[in-house]
Structure formats: C-alpha cells, structure tokens
Design a binder for this molecule. Structure first.
Ligand SMILES: *[C@@H]1O[C@H](CO)[C@@H](O)[C@H](O)[C@H]1NC(C)=O
Ligand SMILES: *[C@@H]1O[C@H](CO)[C@@H](O)[C@H](O)[C@H]1NC(C)=O
Ligand SMILES: *[C@@H]1O[C@H](CO)[C@@H](O)[C@H](O)[C@H]1NC(C)=O
Length: 435
C-alpha cells in the first residue's frame, strides 16, 4: 500500500536499492541490491509528498492561527497537522501514517516508567532531559493545543486528540522528522526551519559512520551516497553527530560500543567547582572566598552556568574554550587573578589561541596540562563516575558475558550502552589526568 502510494506521489527509487523489513538493524530499513558508487542518487521525494504544516489539509487554519501557536519547541503546528491527518480516513498521507498503527514501535525513555528511567539511566543526563520534555509537552498541550482545538471543533476534538496521542506524536516527530538546514547566508539568529515528515527518507537507520546523506533542492529532496556501498549493505543516513544518550533520548536506540564515534560524556560544571574546592584543599576561608570570586567572574564571562556541563568525546574536550578558561582561572594564584580582573583582557580570545586551546584539551594535550589543572579534572571525573549506579567493571562484565547480556530486555541493553560509553570516556580521562 505504502509503496504504491509512493509511486502515485512521485517518489522515485533507484533500481539499486530496496526497502526491507529483514536484514536491517531496526524494524525497517533500506538495503543495496547492487554496488553503488559515491555520489549516486538513491531516491528522490518531491516536496509535494512531504507532510508539514504547509502541505497538510489544515494548513490554512494553522496559518491563520499561527500567532497563538508559538511555543518553545516550535512544533505545535506540525503536531496539530499530524493529529488531524493521523485520525482522518481521507488523509492524503494515510498509507504513510498507517506504517505506525499505534506507535507501539516507539520506545523512547519518555514511555518508560519514571522508576525505570531513574534506575537504568542514573547519571547519564537522560532522566532529567525526559522530565523536562514531559513537563513541556503537558504544558504545551493544555495551554496551546487544547484551546486551539476547542476553537476549531469541526477539525479536532479533545476526546479523540488526547494528550496521549499528542505525546506519541511528539516522539514520532523526535524520531522521524527532518529539519531543513538554513542557507549559509542566512543569519545565525534566524529561527530554524520547522520540522517536517519525509516519507521513505525516514525509513533509513542511523550510524555515526553513515554512507548516505539527504540533499535539499527547491523541488525535491534526494538521498545521495557519500561513499562506495557494496551490494547487500544497509543504507545508513545520519541524524547528526549524536552521542548515545542523545540517540536514546530522541530516537529510542543506541550504537553499541565501540561503534559510536560521536559518543560523549558530560562533567557538570558544578562538579568542577566542587573539585576545585577539594583540590585547593581549603578549609581556609580566604581560599574559599577567592574560589567563589573566580566562579562568579567565570559566570559573568558566560564560561560556566548553573546547570551547564563540560562535554568530552573520544578525542578530548568538545567545550575546550570554556573548560580551558575555567581551569586557568580556578588554578590562578591570588595575585595573578587580581591582575587578570584588573586588565579585563579576557574578552577576546585570539585566533591562534583557539587552536592552542583545542590542542591543550585534546587527548594528546591533557596529560601535559599543569598538575593543578589535571588534579581538578581528575577529581571532577571521580565525582561524575560516582553519580552512576554501577561501576565500569560491572557493566563490562555484563557486556562480555553473552549468556547474561542476552537475557536483558531492549531497554536494559540500551541503557547499558549509554552508561558504558560514558564511563569508558570518563575512565580514559581519569588515566590522562592521573598523578
Ligand atoms: C504568522 O503569519 C504572518 C502572516 O503570514 C507572519 O507575518 C508572521 O510572521 C507569522 N508568525 C509566526 C510566529 O510565524
Ligand atoms: C559495528 O560496526 C562494525 C563495522 O562497521 C559492523 O560490522 C558491526 O555490525 C557494528 N555493530 C553493531 C552492533 O552495529
Ligand atoms: C563523528 O563521527 C564521524 C564519523 O565517524 C567523524 O568523522 C567525526 O569526526 C565525529 N565527530 C566528533 C565530534 O567526534
């Protein structure tokens, strides 16, 4: 039904690929029938086949009401469109939306119980992110969506278009929508494009080491191979450079170690402060006062924030300017700090300075940092490792013992992959900052 619909709406598929429910890493995916060279077009989707707030049958109503549909996420118009299309027998996208008969395939952590999230994912950052999402979804539904539906009773009704359906559709948009990148010329300050559903393209699975990429032209979207793909291989798109915790949060899956080259671990900024207090070893009031003063300058400089985190990937710090400045100032002797504040020379970072900082906080540079900096990092890393429920050794035993691993459910497996990757990155950092 879906493939026939694709033909009628003008989706064209190269003869070298096919959609499949077998031989792919998830329920569905695309496989290569023949060898494919780099730069070949695998399929094209005309813009008219996309499902968005501008193509839906209810587009005029959404456009008229756009003033009252603004939200932090910017997703409300698409979600209202999806609620209508999903429940309308005459929807143009029915064969497409029928691929998700009840959204049971979606198993994002937002569908787990709170206890399950908190116990399986403690320390990973996912429970906090999901709590924020759930509270935003409920607020958006009751303060924006419900009033809008009530003022258009001919199109929506709260008994049919429930909060539960809305939540499923949020997860659907999280996992399957696309956002067209802004043109380079367009201002960074520009609002991002609203998300849209892209049939066929959304069936491709993601790996960090992908082999295809979606390109946008004025009339159509096309998936293009970015390297040679051998017959039988799965076609993988990229959803962006994503850590495992982000993949689980947004898409409900993970890439097991060591495949996710874009995995990351966070160190809370507050842990760096706590570590500095410990390392500068001061019961002494004067020292504590100095650290507080340094921290408030760092806050003023927007290098640190209350809920912020420093991010580490496999090859070093990904927030190097912030971390470098933070360590430098925290470890500065009192006289130097007084002078630094006096000069206020901290506003500009010179260009070759940036390169130097990147190197200093790469895996090559970290072992050569001044001893005090390494001690602060080391101790903050220990605090971070303490926040997980289990140790790296326990996780790694579970991963290695096939008989134990195979007994785990998919939620436990995904949680394990997230925790293990983060702990591996943190242990690598422990080694580099030792002594
Ligand atoms: C709503 O639509 C009007 C007219 O098309 C436009 O000027 C305005 O920027 C839109 N507002 C939002 C929030 O998109
Ligand atoms: C990890 O990557 C390798 C090499 O690309 C691949 O053969 C393997 O199937 C991947 N493992 C998983 C679990 O995806
Ligand atoms: C993400 O992964 C890709 C593919 O493996 C790699 O080229 C890229 O450098 C990685 N980015 C980061 C920030 O690790």
């Amino acid at each position: 039904d879906f493939l026939r619909w694709c033909q009628t709406v003008g989706v064209t598929l190269s003869g070298k690929v096919y959609l499949s429910k077998e031989g792919t890493v998830a329920e569905r995916g695309m496989l290569a029938k023949d060898d494919i060279e780099e730069g070949e077009t695998l399929f094209c989707i005309p813009r008219t086949a996309l499902l968005s707030q501008d193509t839906t049958r209810v587009k005029d109503v959404l456009r008229e009401g756009n003033g009252s549909l603004e939200s932090k996420s910017g997703w409300v118009p698409l979600l209202l469109a999806l609620m209508w299309e999903y429940t309308s027998p005459e929807s143009h996208w029915r064969p497409y939306l029928s691929l998700w008969p009840d959204f049971k395939l979606l198993d994002h952590p937002m569908f787990w119980s709170k206890d399950e999230r908190d116990s399986l994912l403690q320390g990973t950052g996912v429970p906090e992110a999901v709590d924020t999402d759930l509270s935003n979804i409920e607020k958006e539904y009751s303060s924006i969506v419900l009033p809008f539906m009530r003022s258009h009773p001919d199109l929506w009704c709260p008994e049919k278009h429930t909060l539960e359906l809305y939540k499923s559709l949020v997860a659907f948009v999280m996992a399957y929508s696309f956002q067209e990148p802004l043109d380079d010329e367009e201002d960074d300050e520009c609002d991002p494009n609203p998300p849209m559903m892209v049939p066929v393209a959304d069936m491709l699975n993601h790996v960090s080491n992908h082999n295809a990429n979606l390109e946008y032209t004025p009339d159509l979207l096309k998936m293009v191979s970015v390297r040679h793909i051998a017959a039988g291989e799965e076609i993988f798109n990229t959803y962006g450079q994503m850590a495992n915790w982000q993949l689980l949060h947004m898409y409900g899956f993970t890439e097991p170690y060591p495949n996710n080259s874009n995995d990351t671990a966070d160190i809370q900024m507050s842990s760096i402060y706590k570590a500095a207090v410990q390392v500068m070893c001061s019961e002494e009031q004067q020292q504590q006062h100095l650290l507080l003063e340094k921290w408030s300058l760092l806050t003023e400089m927007e290098m640190v924030g209350e809920k912020g985190a420093f991010i580490f990937g496999w090859t070093g710090s990904l927030t190097d300017t912030e971390l470098y400045t933070t360590l430098k100032i925290l470890c500065m002797p009192a006289e130097a700090f007084a002078e630094f504040k006096e000069n206020e020379g901290w506003e500009e970072v010179e260009e070759n300075e940036e390169e130097k900082i990147g190197l200093a906080l790469s895996n090559k540079g970290i072992p050569k940092l001044p001893a005090a900096w390494r001690q602060v990092l080391h101790s903050a890393t220990c605090f971070t490792l303490d926040s997980y429920s289990g140790s790296l050794a326990v996780d790694s035993a579970l991963l290695e013992k096939q008989s134990a691993y195979s007994l785990l459910g998919s939620r436990e497996k995904n949680a394990l992959h997230v925790c293990y990757g983060q702990k591996m990155i943190l242990h690598q950092l422990l080694e580099m900052t030792r002594g």
